[in-house]
Design a protein around this ligand. Structure first.
Ligand code: ZN
Length: 119
């Protein structure tokens, strides 16, 4: 089962609040309280990647967010531990997309230093 933005919806009861998962907001609350650090890094062959780190959430949720970002930014990427890595520099768009997914923009910190040039 999928919702309107293409996320898989777990059918069942939430372990935390006991509500059906479709109406449970536990995951949203987790997202609102997440401190996120976004930065870019130059990788081999001078390719820039955008890294969203310290996402302390379930792997399935992380995968959902990674997929959402990859579709909207039309880029490749993956998850590594508690971080999402996206190919390319997406610092200008990524905050809006994360807010759309329920993250609090006040808790998103974009770390745009380290001598990394923005394209
Ligand atoms: Zn719940």
């Amino acid at each position: 089962m999928k919702n309107k933005i293409g996320e898989n919806i777990d059918v069942g009861i939430c372990q935390k609040c006991g509500l059906p998962k479709e109406i449970c907001v536990c995951k949203d609350i987790v997202r609102e309280n997440q401190n996120i650090i976004i930065c870019t890094e130059k990788r081999k062959y001078q390719k820039t990647v955008t890294i969203i780190s310290e996402l302390n959430m379930e792997k399935s949720d992380l995968l959902n967010i990674a997929r959402f970002l990859k579709i909207h930014l039309a880029c490749g990427g993956g998850i590594h531990g508690s971080s999402i890595t996206l190919q390319g520099n997406h610092l200008n768009k990524i905050e809006d997309l994360l807010v759309l997914k329920g993250f609090d923009s006040d808790k998103i910190r974009i770390n745009n230093n380290g001598g990394i040039k923005i394209e």
